[in-house]
Design a binder for this molecule. Structure first.
Ligand SMILES: [Zn+2]
Length: 236
């Protein structure tokens, strides 16, 4: 039946567009999710940079505390030194001298600690600076990627309209009865309602077909369906 063959051949072209529409819609549907994932990546990187900044701030405040301590110890030495002049007894004098020595020893230790902190602060400053530069670059990259995702979704939205027009133009040439069956089968099958017989297998589900079905599909005297996926079978 030449008419049926023609209808099925045209239906294959209709299906090419239906598949394109399904794929385009998937890209559109996934776009917000992909963009959200990119945003999440950026947030993680920002949090990481914040932790590095916090380390830097903590080291600086530790240094400030040590410096304040140094200051108080210097003042204590000054106080004890002036008290030396008015010491009423030798014992008091000795105690003051000991106290001064103790403060000086403490100062020496604290000064070493401050130096150690300064080295760490310098190193951390380099880390923070490079982390901030990396974050800036990453931010730029993510924003470009999100832009591309959205642009692609928009592009696909326009493409869907074109695909629909092309599909409908071809659909007009197919018998209503066959078209109705095709559309019913398409539902839940990713826009694939017709399958080509390829090497005795169904091109839709890859199942090997009964020889009788292959013959019938070849003859195209009636519509035949895959036993497994129920798609309309067509052999070129
Ligand atoms: Zn099948």
């Amino acid at each position: 039946m030449e008419n049926l063959r023609q209808d099925l051949e045209t239906l294959c072209l209709v299906q090419d567009y239906d598949i394109k529409i399904v794929k385009a819609k998937e890209i559109i549907r996934n776009a917000p999710h992909l963009a959200a994932l990119k945003k999440k990546e950026l947030d993680a990187k920002k949090a990481e940079t914040e932790v590095q900044k916090k380390n830097f701030v903590a080291l600086n405040s530790a240094k400030k505390e040590k410096e304040a301590l140094l200051d108080s110890k210097e003042k204590a030495i000054g106080k004890h030194s002036s008290e030396l002049n008015s010491a009423k007894s030798n014992d008091i004098y000795k105690t003051l001298l000991l106290a001064i020595e103790k403060e000086k020893a403490d100062i020496s230790i604290i000064e070493d600690e401050v130096l150690e902190l300064l080295t760490k602060i310098d190193a951390e400053a380099v880390v923070v600076k490079s982390a901030e530069a990396a974050l800036k670059e990453f931010e730029q990259k993510i924003s470009e990627e999100i832009f591309k995702i959205n642009a692609s979704a928009k592009e696909q939205e326009e493409a869907v309209e074109t695909f629909k027009t092309e599909r409908d133009r071809r659909k007009a040439g197919v018998s209503k009865n066959i078209l109705d069956q095709y559309e019913r089968i398409c539902e839940g099958r990713d826009g694939m309602g017709i399958a080509l017989v390829e090497a005795d297998s169904c091109g839709g589900c890859s199942m090997t077909l009964r020889p009788q079905l292959v013959n019938q599909a070849q003859k195209s005297t009636e519509i035949v369906y895959c036993d497994n996926c129920s798609r309309i079978l067509f052999k070129k």
